[in-house]
Design a protein around this ligand. Structure first.
Ligand code: SF4
Ligand code: SF4
Length: 190
């Protein structure tokens, strides 16, 4: 059984000081709070079709990646747009298309596979009762567009080294293809 660290002894203090920081340097400093998206689900699904990877986007993504300054500018623009609409926290591996365009990284527990057990009877968040659970938003938005099956996908753990990176560049280069399994592979039925 693990014993609690005793920092009152010289050895314990050294070990406590040697502990790694709680979060990777690139992760956001602010704690997540549920955000209700500011754009209708329908328009987001339509926009998704316009942004689907193709040869042109792939070339653009590769071109940007080869130019660090432009890539930083592009990433800042992506952050500005997505923060305003979804409360994006730049996890770098965007799952919006499979969550009704409600960002699960704004859930205080950062749950990417559905809500916790504490959603209030009125739909409020357990951690911030004055706010709506972001997963309730996801369900309502996906259902409103006839896509409730999207929420049955199993979201795989994300790579926390990618915080702060552009998920659009990754998406256009086909690097986000294993972010989730389809419903069949996850053992669920649509
Ligand atoms: S990139 Fe991550 S944090 Fe940003 S909207 Fe997509 S899932 Fe949310
Ligand atoms: S109720 Fe739970 S799942 Fe919903 S946003 Fe709050 S912490 Fe996340």
């Amino acid at each position: 059984m693990l014993k609690p660290m005793d920092s009152s002894t010289p050895g314990g203090l050294r070990a406590a000081r040697a502990r790694p920081a709680a979060a990777p340097a690139a992760s956001p400093a602010t704690s997540p709070r549920p955000v209700s998206p500011r754009a209708p689900a329908r328009s987001m699904y339509l926009l998704h079709h316009l942004l689907e990877p193709n040869a042109g986007y792939r070339r653009l993504a590769a071109w940007l990646e080869a130019r660090p300054r432009l890539r930083r500018l592009f990433t800042a623009a992506e952050k500005g747009v997505k923060q305003e609409i979804f409360g994006c926290r730049m996890c770098g591996q965007c799952t919006l298309p499979s969550t009704g365009y409600a960002c699960p990284m704004t859930c205080p527990k950062q749950l990417r596979n559905g809500p916790c057990g504490g959603v209030g009877a009125d739909g409020c968040c357990e951690v911030y009762p004055e706010m709506r659970c972001v997963w309730l938003e996801a369900v309502e938005r996906a259902e409103s567009q006839g896509r409730p099956g999207d929420l049955l996908r199993l979201q795989l753990p994300i790579d926390h080294r990618l915080w702060g990176q552009s998920s659009w560049i990754r998406y256009w280069q086909g690097r986000d293809e294993d972010l989730w399994t389809d419903a069949a592979r996850s053992g669920t039925r649509q």
